[in-house]
Design a protein around this ligand. Structure first.
Ligand SMILES: *Cc1c(COP(=O)(O)O)cnc(C)c1O
Length: 417
């Protein structure tokens, strides 16, 4: 399904023209398609339906309550990386018994809150975290459910900032250390071993490193069973990548084949932590052109969205397609523009070198912005974050109001007189 279509030369999300949303809620705004979110989740769930499994949506990709609510209603669990994300899941009606907690720096307060909420599993990322979780669970008179996040030392072939499965990365415990740490975990009175976990990186477009990593995890599972360590689940981490430009990420059924093949000989429940693949292509950033600035060397379309709204281009040199909301007439003259924001940084660009037939005041859609867009937004340059809108058929609903500057300064204080 493509939820983005031109009808009468006007770009729509499902059945709603983007111009109508801009008129009602202003720009910049994030716009999501409920049908696209639902379809992405369903594709994942369907690919694994023959096997006992749980999809745990990675909250950090897009943590809006309405999106968490939608996934919870579809049956999803959640992968969280902070106590704040746990509070979001609970506020959105998510089931804590379907929550896994990843991250290298879980604080004592976060561990306590997760134990009290009754989460499914802690994905333990170091020997010292294992000891801390055991101690806190003991103080609460509980046993903490744990997996070890094992780093299989595989190059995921993605951007270095989102590769997490190499031994020089901060994530997980070394593959070779895992059996000894599981023995240690077994001896601790306040932890209960639930499974094993890995996550080698994000925006993976090649199945070979995934197959390699999962092969190593399957070997480890076998070894642990031989050591008498019983596991209930195997968590295979984040999802595959999405198409931003010309990438050809594997279709979900092909990914599923690789996963199911790796674990064909065991009966464990499989856990998945997809984020980007569920939300990425279900959202766009809607922005308006403030100025066209033509230069000798380069021309700029200065828009009202900026790197504080969508940092991926600045942070990862990421590509996002840019569409004019009014369909371009292919015969009309076009210019090549850098699409830039108002922020005082040369890194403040959303797209570079794009051929656009655009005028000041026109709306642009920055595509594939549903994941790691709003969830990474900041208030740099005292820019209130934009609204978020969910489209459902011919209706749309504001799921996050636009911030005001008063929200931004509300917790600040002048000096005493
Ligand atoms: C970010 C993250 C994910 C989600 O990755 P995607 O590429 O968005 O699917 C899953 N698991 C962990 C531990 C993560 O840090």
């Amino acid at each position: 399904m493509n939820p983005y279509q031109y009808r009468n030369r006007e770009l729509h999300v499902e059945d709603v023209p983007l111009a109508r949303i801009a008129a009602a809620v202003g720009t910049p705004s994030y716009i999501y398609s409920r049908a696209a979110l639902t379809e992405a989740y369903t594709a994942y769930a369907k690919a694994f339906e023959a096997r006992d499994h749980l999809v745990c949506y990675a909250v950090k990709a897009n943590s809006n309550l309405a999106i968490l609510d939608l996934f919870a209603r579809l049956g999803s669990g959640f992968d969280i990386v902070s106590g704040g994300e746990l509070q979001r899941v609970l506020a959105a009606g998510g089931d804590p018994a379907k929550v896994v907690f990843s991250g290298v720096g879980k604080s004592a307060d976060e561990i306590r809150a997760a134990l009290e909420a009754g989460i499914l599993c802690f994905n333990i990322e170091s020997a010292n975290e294992l000891e801390r979780v055991n101690r806190i669970a003991g103080e609460l008179g509980m046993r903490a459910p744990i997996s070890l996040r094992v780093n299989p030392d595989v190059d995921a072939g993605t951007h270095p900032y989102i590769a997490t499965g190499l031994k020089q990365n901060k994530f997980g415990v070394a593959y070779a250390d895992a059996p000894a740490l599981y023995s240690r975990a077994r001896s601790l009175p306040h932890v209960r071993i639930e499974g094993v976990d890995c996550h080698i990186g994000s925006q993976l477009t090649d199945l070979a490193p995934i197959a390699e990593a999962l092969g190593k995890i399957a070997d480890l599972v076998e070894r642990l069973e031989r050591d008498g360590i019983e596991l209930k689940h195997v968590d295979v981490g984040g999802g595959v990548g999405i198409r931003y430009q010309s990438e050809t990420p594997p279709p979900i059924p092909e990914y599923a084949e690789v996963v199911l093949q790796a674990f064909r000989n065991d009966r464990h429940k499989l856990l998945f932590e997809p984020g980007r693949v569920l939300a990425g292509n279900a959202g766009l950033l809607l922005t308006r052109i403030e100025y066209l600035k033509k230069g000798e060397d380069r021309s700029f379309a200065v828009v009202d969205a900026a790197m504080n709204d969508l940092v991926r281009p600045a942070l990862y040199d990421a590509w996002h397609d840019v569409l004019t909301v009014t369909e371009e007439n292919p015969a009309a003259a076009a210019d090549v523009y850098d699409v830039v924001g108002p922020i005082c940084e040369t890194g403040d660009f959303l797209a570079r070198g794009r051929r656009l037939n655009a005028r000041e005041g026109d709306l642009l859609a920055i595509m594939s912005a549903g994941a790691y867009g709003m969830s990474m937004a900041s208030n740099y340059n005292t820019r209130p974050r934009g609204a978020e809108v969910m489209v459902d058929g011919s209706e749309f609903q504001v799921i996050r109001e636009r911030e005001e500057v008063s929200d931004l300064i509300a917790r600040e204080r002048r000096l005493p007189s």
